[in-house]
Design a protein around this ligand. Structure first.
Ligand SMILES: N[C@@H](CCC(=O)N[C@@H](CS)C(=O)NCC(=O)O)C(=O)O
Length: 406
């Protein structure tokens, strides 16, 4: 069937049909998706996108649901008094009919600044970064730390990959299943067993989620920031007075590219970085399809950009924040997101040649990318922690290898 006609049919049908029929059409249109390996165009699925968007518009006219991220997260502070059915893996609250994952805002938003009189000035040895190797957001900050030569300036430690009912936990000396650099008990608070204690140590009334990364100030004993995009930006320039000369010239946010960098972040964050979570955490068929289609449309856009560019980086020969932020999602795509988050319209290695080449170049040629990528933590974390998605916690072995050679 010619594409135009198919799309036309979908749209026309959409105005007439109920939700159940919409699903049938979406499913049928899947047969029309290109099956060839080199076919990144998603024009066939755009019909679904149009359809799901229409459905989304409809859902706006429904009564607003009472979901509040902070209220939803409040159970963390009162685990004993929480309603029995609420779990840390209830990314979408059970009473939220939209089925949509809504990421909460990060709570700690102070800035390390080299400006005179700043509360958190750059100082060697003063700050500590808590990360998980599994987490793409934390991975951003580890890459920047290494690219900017901050290894002797900002210390770091990694939590165990398993995130249980009480959130991220610190490894114990008995843990033999979580290899990786600095996968150690909390080096700052010897009695702490879970990351949540760091949050409560700073704010006993904290009501948000206990996320990584956390940038901690050993001097004031407080959390400076738990928003990865801001930590990445700070690492990019605020320590330039302390780093070796060769690292000063590493500019991840060059003045001339700022507008383009921000424009790329805007769609890539929503549709790709967060998009995989919105597809994977969706609790309705409609929410899943809406988000997975948008994700693959965005990957098509990224593929086109990289195929048309000079490379090897997003902006040609300048490595920027955009490469870091996109890489951490793409490197997890084939090993985890394809099967665990059902992002399987295509995979990177067979469906997106330009993205695949760009990713492998970063991984194999720049130690900051390879050395901060730990597939053991990545694969085990998602598949064994998200028991709502994978109740038996069986981790698929493939794809093997986790990343192909260049
Ligand atoms: N906005 C945060 C998001 C960080 C985030 O969601 N981290 C996840 C791991 S990938 C986490 O720690 N989740 C624990 C939870 O939500 O309970 C950032 O970019 O720093």
């Amino acid at each position: 069937m010619p594409r135009g006609r198919m799309r036309g049919n979908l749209v026309v049908s959409m105005s007439l049909i109920s939700n159940g029929q919409l699903l049938r059409i979406c499913s049928r249109s899947r047969y029309l998706l290109p099956t060839g390996l080199k076919s990144p165009s998603l024009s066939a699925t755009r019909g679904i996108a149009t359809a799901t968007r229409l459905q989304l518009q409809r859902s706006y006219s429904q009564p607003p649901n009472s979901f509040s991220p902070l209220r939803a997260a409040a159970f963390h502070t009162t685990m004993s008094s929480k309603p029995a059915e609420t779990k840390i893996t209830d990314w979408v609250p059970k009473n939220d009919p939209s089925g949509e994952f809504k990421r909460q805002q990060s709570s700690f938003r102070h800035t390390i600044s080299s400006a005179p009189g700043a509360r958190f000035p750059p100082e060697a040895g003063r700050y500590h970064l808590y990360v998980s190797y599994a987490c793409p957001w934390a991975n951003r900050t580890l890459i920047a730390r290494k690219l900017k030569g901050l290894e002797d300036i900002v210390s770091f430690s990694a939590v165990h990959w398993h995130m249980g009912a009480r959130g991220w936990r610190f490894p114990t000396p008995e843990d033999a299943d979580a290899e990786g650099e600095n996968v150690v008990p909390d080096p700052l608070h010897p009695g702490y067993t879970h990351l949540r204690e760091v949050y409560f140590g700073v704010n006993p009334g904290y009501e948000g989620r206990f996320t990584v990364p956390v940038l901690y100030d050993k001097k004031e004993k407080t959390i400076v920031n738990n928003e990865s995009s801001e930590i990445l930006r700070m690492f990019g320039r605020e320590f330039d007075g302390l780093v070796a000369e060769e690292y000063k010239s590493v500019d991840l946010y060059p003045e001339v590219l700022r507008a383009e960098i921000e424009a790329a972040h805007e769609w890539q964050y929503d549709l790709i970085n967060n998009g995989v979570y919105k597809a994977g955490f969706a609790t309705t068929q409609e929410a899943y399809e809406r988000n997975v289609v948008r994700l693959f449309e965005a990957l098509d856009r990224a593929e086109k950009h990289l195929a048309e560019g000079k490379g090897p980086y997003w902006f040609g020969d300048v490595l920027t924040e955009v490469d870091i932020r996109l890489f951490v999602t793409i490197i997890r795509f084939d090993p985890v997101y394809v099967q665990h988050f059902k992002c399987n319209i295509r995979d990177i290695r067979s469906g997106y040649p330009a993205i695949h080449k760009w990713m492998r170049n970063l991984y194999w040629n720049i130690p900051a990318f390879k050395d901060t990528t730990n597939f053991l933590h990545i694969k085990n974390h998602y598949t064994k922690s998200h028991t709502n998605i994978n109740p038996l916690s069986i981790t698929p072995l493939g794809p093997l290898p986790n990343i192909l050679p260049l």
